[in-house]
Design a binder for this molecule. Structure first.
Ligand code: ADP
Length: 532
């Protein structure tokens, strides 16, 4: 006999229905690129999403079709998240920072039928229009000069629409990884996975939202589903403040004026904010919580935010994990820890939220599971209901026979479950059969006052297989010798980890999402030779 509870299909439409019903008047504020501001609320978002769903159907878009957006954070983009899912479509959030060949590839690969875009990205549209072979309709989120405007387009509908129903496992969104090697790969999120991921995001151990939260997400809506915030926020009925520009002065003013309690972004966002406050001689805004992830959050950042009274939620994840894997927050021993110890702990990547499981396996054989002893570092693997099984249109699963997805990250799991990332499997350096973390060397080097940026790469060595070489960009106007850097590192890492060479370069290559591209760095120094 089955259980006897009511049927309730896990579809995203429940989320927006709930927000409109239970928190209908909570504001959604947008500060647009031209400096103007608009205010709507969850009821307004739902009404517009219904109209948008109708408008899509009127264009001939059907269940399962992909609809692309090339846009920053704003309320019309939020409407699209719910409007596309609500008519059974799949929203493809395109990252405008991708390189041209990647943009061409992903839109064609996803077979996007509609392109919704910000006027600010008109130059990209003009350049790509010829190359995108499947896009039939272009709609501009702002008052479009070249295309119909979003407001006019949905304004022609009355909103009398029933959400399209279907299976929980129907897709509702697709995001492409920026791909450090080969073409970007599509990760298709389901209604069910998205809903469960959003529920997980609500936990006190994750975003810690309440009905009084006011969130300004700086993490873009085009990257990794904006960490699921637009869904989790709707579930909790929070107020959202969006900014279509990422200028620190604009963000700062919004944080103050709108009474923002929570924000989320990659470390460089906070770095820019610190620099702005220092230049202006003003305090950081009185934020309750800052979620920081996408790359490792440096210690000084954690310290400064914590001294500001801001709880730092250091999170780890990837496009393939929807993206929440782990989030840092106070653990049960928190009150007994000194400030320094709290910073140490926060500098690690946090603990898995309910729903995902983590393990590390030996880098030598990729199968032997390692103990959670806070010391053994290995390949990080993950499984759970919002973790990828197969890339879009791929012929094979992306997981092993035992269902674990290999993240490509290298980490240590501590006895209390805290994850500490130490490297990427492609970048960790194997010297004489032992592993050296390139990331730890880089982080240590960045602590030197003359170093603006550092990247460490394993270079072929006749005796040790590989030895670390550190590439350093000096801060403007600073002079420093290679030997000084090595001396500086000598009490920070094991002696045999010290780089064999330090090379000064004018710049370090980055991926479209701003991460150091070691592949490009290796290509640039393909002929590099270390002596025995
Ligand atoms: P892309 O692959 O498009 O660059 P992702 O957001 O999917 O973007 O990148 C995921 C990767 O970013 C992770 O596998 C990890 O290497 C890195 N990363 C994410 N969060 C953290 C973090 N808190 N600390 C260190 N690295 C992180």
């Amino acid at each position: 006999m089955l259980g006897q509870m009511q049927e309730w299909t896990m579809r995203i439409t429940h989320v927006i229905d709930h927000a409109a019903r239970e928190a209908g008047d909570r504001e959604i504020v947008t500060r647009w690129a031209d400096g103007s501001e608009t205010r709507t609320d969850w009821k307004g978002i739902r009404t517009d999403a219904l109209k948008m769903a109708q408008a899509l159907q009127a264009l001939g878009i059907r269940k399962g079709d992909r609809v692309a957006s090339l846009a920053m954070n704003h309320s019309r983009h939020l409407v699209s998240w719910y409007g596309v899912a609500g008519m059974g479509g799949v929203l493809h959030t395109v990252n405008p920072r991708l390189f041209e060949d990647q943009l061409e590839y992903i839109v064609n690969h996803a077979e996007d039928k509609v392109m919704l875009y910000d006027a600010a990205f008109q130059p990209i549209i003009d350049k790509m229009r010829e190359k995108w072979t499947t896009v039939e309709h272009y709609i501009c989120y702002d008052s479009g000069e070249q295309s119909q405007s979003f407001e006019d387009w949905i304004g022609a509908q009355d909103g009398d629409f029933e959400w399209v129903t279907g299976a929980e496992t129907d897709p509702c969104m697709i995001c492409y990884t920026s791909g450090t090697t080969g073409n970007p790969k599509g990760v298709q999120y389901e209604h069910r996975s998205t809903l469960m991921h959003a529920l997980a995001g609500l936990q006190p151990a994750a975003f810690n939202f309440s009905a009084s939260s006011v969130m300004l997400p700086v993490v873009p809506m085009f990257h990794a589903a904006s960490w699921g915030l637009p869904y989790a926020g709707a579930m909790a009925g929070i107020k959202f403040v969006f900014s279509a520009v990422n200028d620190p002065a604009v963000l700062h003013q919004l944080l103050i004026d709108e009474g923002v309690t929570d924000s989320a972004g990659v470390p460089t966002v906070w770095l820019a904010h610190f620099q702005y406050c220092d230049k202006e001689g003003i305090d950081l805004p009185p934020l309750k919580a800052a979620t920081i992830g996408g790359s490792a959050c440096p210690r000084f950042m954690i310290e400064r935010l914590m001294k500001n009274g801001t709880r730092v939620q250091h999170a780890w994840g990837m496009t393939e994990t929807s993206p929440i894997g782990t989030v840092g927050g106070p653990t049960w021993d928190w009150d007994q820890l000194s400030f320094e110890e709290k910073v140490d702990k926060t500098a690690m990547q946090g603990r898995p939220v309910f729903g995902v499981e983590l393990r590390t396996v030996s880098l030598d054989d990729m199968v032997t599971e390692l103990p959670r002893d806070g010391e053994s570092s290995g390949a990080l693997q993950i499984r759970g209901p919002w973790i990828i099984k197969r890339y879009f249109k791929a012929e094979q699963d992306a997981v092993g026979n035992d269902g674990w997805f290999d993240t490509g990250d290298v980490g240590i799991i501590h006895p209390d479950g805290t994850l500490q990332l130490t490297d990427r499997t492609k970048d960790v350096i194997k010297s004489g059969g032992e592993w050296i973390s390139s990331v730890e060397l880089e982080n240590a080097a960045c602590g030197h006052p003359a170093v603006a940026e550092a990247a460490c790469v394993g270079m072929p060595h006749p005796k040790w297989d590989e030895r670390p070489v550190l590439f350093v960009v000096k801060k403007e106007g600073q002079e420093v010798e290679a030997e000084t850097i090595v001396n500086f590192l000598s009490d920070k890492v094991a002696k045999w980890w010290l780089p064999d060479a330090v090379e000064f370069v004018d710049d370090i290559p980055h991926t479209a999402t701003g991460k150091i591209s070691k592949k490009d760095l290796r290509d640039r120094f393909a002929d590099y030779k270390l002596e025995a």
